[in-house]
Ligand binder design. Structure first.
Ligand SMILES: [Mg+2]
Length: 358
């Protein structure tokens, strides 16, 4: 049995701003696009809990946030500063981890199996971690504890803000059962709608589903949904994910929403990554595309292509497919990235282990 923690920084961008402007603490703070007196496009990136009391939330049009609370503190996104704060927090988190996997600028999964002997002990351990993060960075976070990533993530959501919540293996199914199926970690709006149409309204319904029906509808993913709903998913924490991938990112000179321009960039990045792959003498089977929008929100999408390859054309084609299936129409993009991972041996060249220890 594994013990997994998900550490999620609370209202991260806004918390960073409060840290360097303590005078904002007692005020609603909204980080995102400039509202320009309510006429701007663009969206809210993050807001603090005071702003949430006025109905403001992330991804909401900034013009609407402005309507809800004109005299809130509206701030632009200062990504370099947040990244610096994120790195400090991640350094602390790493020291508590047996395995560490950062999944976004303000979230990381850690495996602490063996560092603690029980889920009860993990609560104390998480509280210490939380205290250390606060001490080192001044930032608040919430921590969820469970036997797998899904439970850890959802426990964390339930414990927010500033909470530590543990959902042990024997409580997992009960904890999930009453929630709407769309709340299940990893289920987006489209999947939720399909599940609801199949008659699965709650996660509890999904846990009692006929597995064959799910696999029919969703393929392998259907099995994963079923296990997740039952609290039984078993995704490994992928350590040093960044190291075990080769990738490149590029920022557009001007943010763009032109598909042609973005595809051209993907092609050029794929070519470069392909050259690095050849140089390292590896093959990969997973392609990941990253889209960072103008408001700095990010979308990552990965696909396993089912076999090892080092063909840059194949990388490009898969990257385009991933791009098309994840880009939100009309939104302007600031940065785009392609990376490959899931390495295997290629034509008897340098072994992967040697490559990574180099
Ligand atoms: Mg967060």
């Amino acid at each position: 049995m594994k013990i997994i923690l998900l550490i999620d920084m609370d209202y991260f961008f806004a918390a960073c701003e409060e840290l360097r402007h303590p005078e904002y603490k007692a005020k609603p703070v909204v980080v995102g696009a400039d509202p320009k007196g309510g006429t701007a496009r663009g969206v809210v990136s993050t807001c603090n809990y005071l702003a949430r009391k006025f109905g403001i939330h992330s991804a909401m049009p900034i013009s609407m946030a402005y309507k809800l609370k004109k005299d809130a503190i509206f701030l632009p996104v200062d990504y370099p500063y947040y990244e610096k704060m994120s790195n400090s927090a991640m350094q602390v988190i790493k020291t508590f981890a047996k395995k560490f996997e950062q999944v976004s600028i303000d979230e990381a999964f850690i495996d602490v199996t063996g560092k603690v002997d029980s889920f009860e002990q993990a609560i104390e351990y998480a509280r210490r971690l939380k205290g250390s993060i606060k001490q080192e960075t001044g930032l608040p976070c919430s921590i969820g504890i469970g036997a797998n990533r899904v439970i850890a993530k959802m426990a964390c959501e339930a414990g927010k803000p500033d909470g530590v919540k543990m959902v042990g293996p024997e409580d997992a199914q009960f904890f999930l059962a009453q929630m709407k199926v769309g709340k299940l970690y990893g289920v987006g709006n489209k999947t939720a709608a399909r599940l609801e149409a199949m008659g699965y309204k709650t996660i509890g319904d999904l846990a009692k589903a006929n597995l064959a029906n799910l696999v029919n509808e969703f393929g392998v993913w259907g099995g994963e949904l079923y296990r997740s709903a039952r609290g039984e998913s078993d995704d490994e924490i992928i350590e040093n994910y960044e190291i075990k991938s080769i990738g490149r990112e590029r920022t557009f000179e001007n943010d763009t929403n032109e598909r042609e321009k973005m595809i051209k960039e993907i092609e050029s990045i794929s070519k470069e990554v392909g050259e690095e792959v050849k140089k390292q003498g590896v093959s990969y089977k997973t392609v990941t595309v990253k889209i960072r929008y103008s408001d700095f929100s990010e979308r990552l999408k990965s696909k396993s292509i089912g076999h090892y390859t080092d063909d840059p054309r194949e990388m490009f084609e898969n990257a385009v497919r991933l791009f098309d299936s994840s880009i939100e129409e009309g939104r302007t993009v600031r940065k785009i990235g392609v990376r490959v991972s899931g390495f295997g041996k290629s034509k008897g060249q340098k072994r992967i282990a040697e490559f990574f220890s180099a």
